[in-house]
Ligand binder design. Structure first.
Ligand code: F6P
Length: 335
């Protein structure tokens, strides 16, 4: 293992609860092993502007429990240009930094991969995104907290939906990844879950809802992913309400899902990944993402994390259909 490295850490893209726990683990593991640690503020934009400071173990005291990121984050359009990346590289070299650990999602990893191709810099990715859409790790930092936050909201909506006998369409984040919708839908006992990984036939859905309503079903909850091919929650509502006489309401949960204190699961995952990322740097690994798969630390080439599709276990969706089925349908499935 190489010691005495100058390591920079940054958070990039959308913030995710648990990023602070990851920063803390990177800084403390790095210093413990005799490296010098730097915080790069505001992601790649801070790198371009030279917004960099040395950190000690106390710089990261008491942040493990906090949501957001103490290093702040940004989506930098300047870093998408070769000139921007060159400026960024020159700045980290000014501080003597020879390795960077990037905590973020696929966009941040694409940027890191590009930088590594163009300049002599070592880089390791650490999966931090609520979307849980990266190949090479079972879970990403922030996903568990986001699911629990959305679930709390769905439980509350359930109370008002049943009091008013309404059909609610709840839109959750995730871009085109259905993990948040799948987990919150199952956890919240949703009658239907719409995810891009399993496009739903809208006519079938409408017919089913109609039949349920006519059979006396009072309230219902549909959880959908924001990037659903059939459209967002409002579009689906306007299509469905033409043919269903049910009082339909929409709730878009939005950025509330990104905030809040990280769950225990996210704190533990972030700490482990932060620790593993420094070991990867010291083992001279490069252009890879650290992850956890089947409870084992893994390293995946950065490019695979967005070019390969993470397998979703469709049994969960099938299971939810069974759990939410009306009595007659359930008997049909058992038979
Ligand atoms: O990637 C995380 C995420 O929260 C997505 O689920 C969402 O589509 C996007 O970021 C929103 O980005 P922004 O905060 O830049 O609007």
């Amino acid at each position: 293992m190489s010691q005495g490295k100058y390591i920079g850490v940054l958070t990039s893209g959308g913030d995710a609860p648990g990023m602070n726990a990851a920063i803390r683990a990177v800084v403390r593991t790095g210093i413990y092993h005799g490296n010098t640690l730097f915080g790069i503020n505001r992601g790649y934009q801070g790198m371009i502007e030279g917004d960099i400071e040395q950190l000690n173990r106390y710089s990261v005291s008491n942040i493990i429990k906090d949501g957001g990121t103490c290093l702040q984050t940004a989506r930098s359009s300047e870093f998408l240009t070769k000139e921007g990346r060159e400026k960024a590289f020159k700045n980290i070299k000014r501080f003597g930094i020879d390795s960077i650990i990037v905590i973020g999602g696929d966009g941040s990893f694409r940027g890191l991969h590009q930088l590594i191709q163009e300049f002599p810099i070592q880089g390791i990715g650490l999966p931090g995104t609520i979307d849980n859409d990266l190949y090479g790790t079972d879970f990403t930092i922030g996903f568990d907290t986001a699911v629990n936050t959305a679930l709390e909201a769905i439980d509350k909506i359930r109370d008002t939906a049943s009091s008013h006998s309404r059909l609610f369409i709840i839109e959750v984040m995730g871009r085109t990844s259905g993990y948040i919708a799948l987990y919150t839908g199952i956890g919240g006992g949703a009658e239907d879950i719409l995810i891009p990984e399993a496009p739903m036939d809208m006519q079938k859905l409408t017919a089913k809802l109609n039949a349920q309503h006519k059979a006396g079903k009072k309230s219902s909850i549909i959880v959908i992913t924001e990037g659903e091919a059939a459209g967002g929650a409002f579009e689906i509502k306007s299509n469905i309400e033409k043919v269903i006489e049910w009082d339909i309401k929409v709730s878009v949960l939005g950025h509330v899902q990104r905030g809040g204190d990280p769950s225990a699961f996210d704190r533990v995952l972030a700490s482990r990944l932060g620790y593993e990322s420094v070991l990867a740097v010291m083992n001279n690994e490069n252009d890879k993402m650290v992850g956890m798969a089947n409870n084992t630390a893994t390293l995946t080439p950065l490019e695979d994390t967005w070019t390969k599709k993470k397998d979703m276990d469709m049994t969960y969706l099938k299971m939810n259909e069974v759990l939410a089925a009306q009595q007659e349908k359930a008997l049909e499935v058992i038979a």
